[in-house]
Design a protein around this ligand. Structure first.
Ligand code: PLP
Length: 391
């Protein structure tokens, strides 16, 4: 244990990540100097245009696609909406979508809204580790299936899905394969052709770029309608003057993230240390697969106590974690992901997500492991349902 006590530990990187200092410098450069409109014909505009062309080339080389298959958006949610709604409106002959029960609300609620408009949607279940039930996909798919939408990595339990296998099934029936890779890009190597994806969504703020920038990969030849009509930006496929500073920050963040992937074994070591130490707490259980999960993701259920109480006590100690996904944390309903993998309501309520990044240190892990177990003990001592506490 280090002499100096850590006072602030950010361990909620699946919710958002702090922008990297080099990313901030890059953004500032394009706010203060490179602020031209890329559509303007004079030098300042042309400079901005060259800059985003360079960003597009760098991002697409990381993903193994061509620059003209990459379209900038405002966020992961927009990319998810565009992929699904755009595919549906451009391919009217087919009426069926297959997705999974553990998708992010940006996908689930988009599918629900299309259901109201007459689309048929199959929500394939998952096993106890969070892997999509492939047999359910095989039995649901038909010549009527337009799109299969399964996320690459889950935002709560970190499970990494076998997208290639699912894409092969989709393609056998002439359906498109869309994967929400918002949690994966920048965290694990992502190559669109290896995955067999026709459409792939990503977001800047999960990889140390700011909130408010994302992208959609659209494989050449994929029929997809526009979501946002406007001027001629993004090859006339996504209107709106480009957010040049954030696009540049996004490209810089992905460059850095890809460099840092060489340190993934170190991140996995930290994650596994947290998993093995916290698993020693009685009546605790890791949610999700032990190894086929994102390198920084820990999700653990502590029976007999509430995740919110743990979160607040950890916050008082300067530690930021999450009880479910940030997007649903204003709801008292247990996480749909944990319920789908078969975690009972009461255990789902006592679950914590600790999501680490390369910025976390061994000293910070020491601090989490010093602070969290006594919190669990303290809350259990007060819990009327903890065995032995009943009068
Ligand atoms: N998809 C997944 C898997 C996510 O984790 C998130 C954000 O948490 C999103 C989509 C939405 O991305 P954004 O916050 O950029 O809209």
């Amino acid at each position: 244990m280090s002499e100096k006590k850590v006072r602030f530990v950010y361990a909620d990187n699946a919710a958002t990540t702090p922008p990297h200092p080099e990313v901030v410098r890059e953004i500032n450069k394009y706010l203060t100097e490179g602020w031209g409109n890329p559509s303007s014909l004079y030098g300042k505009g042309r400079d901005a245009k060259h800059a985003i062309t360079d960003a597009r080339e760098r991002i697409s080389s990381h993903l193994g696609c061509s620059p003209n298959e990459l379209y900038f958006t405002s966020c992961g949610t927009e990319s998810d909406n565009w992929a699904i709604k755009g595919a549906v409106s451009a391919n009217r002959g087919r009426n069926h979508i297959i997705t999974s029960a553990i998708e992010h609300p940006a996908v689930l609620n988009t599918c629900k809204s299309l259901e109201k408009q007459g689309m048929r949607v199959t929500y394939a279940g998952v096993d106890s580790d969070g892997f999509v039930n492939i047999d359910e996909i095989k039995s649901a798919i038909s010549e009527d299936t337009l799109l299969v939408a399964v996320m690459l990595a889950n935002n709560e339990i970190g499970t990494i899905q076998p997208i290639r296998e699912i894409a092969d099934i989709a393609h056998r029936y002439g359906a498109l394969m869309f994967t929400d890779a918002v949690q994966a890009v920048g965290s694990i190597p992502v190559n669109v052709s290896d995955l067999g994806a026709d459409l792939l969504a990503m977001s800047g703020h999960k990889m140390h770029a700011p909130k408010g920038v994302g992208a959609l990969y659209i494989k050449k030849g994929t029929k997809i309608a526009n979501l946002i009509d406007g001027g001629g930006q993004e090859s006339k496929r996504r209107g709106g003057t480009e957010n040049v500073p954030y696009i540049m920050g996004f490209a810089k963040a992905l460059d850095i993230a890809c460099d840092r992937m060489a340190d993934t074994p170190g991140l996995i070591k930290m994650r596994d240390r947290v998993i093995s130490e916290l698993s020693k707490i009685p009546h605790s259980k890791i949610n999700g697969h032990l190894t086929r999960r994102l390198p920084g993701n820990v999700n653990i259920a502590f029976e007999y106590i509430e995740g919110e109480s743990m979160l607040l006590l950890l916050d008082m100690a300067g530690i930021c974690v999450s009880t479910g996904s940030a997007c649903s944390s204003n709801s008292l309903e247990p996480s749909h992901v944990l319920l789908s993998i078969g975690v009972p309501h009461e255990k789902a309520h006592g679950s914590l997500r600790i999501s680490l990044s390369h910025d976390n240190t061994d000293e910070e892990i020491d601090y989490i492991l010093e602070i969290l177990p006594p919190i669990v003990e303290r809350l259990r001592a007060m819990s009327p349902i903890y065995p032995g506490n009943q009068i």
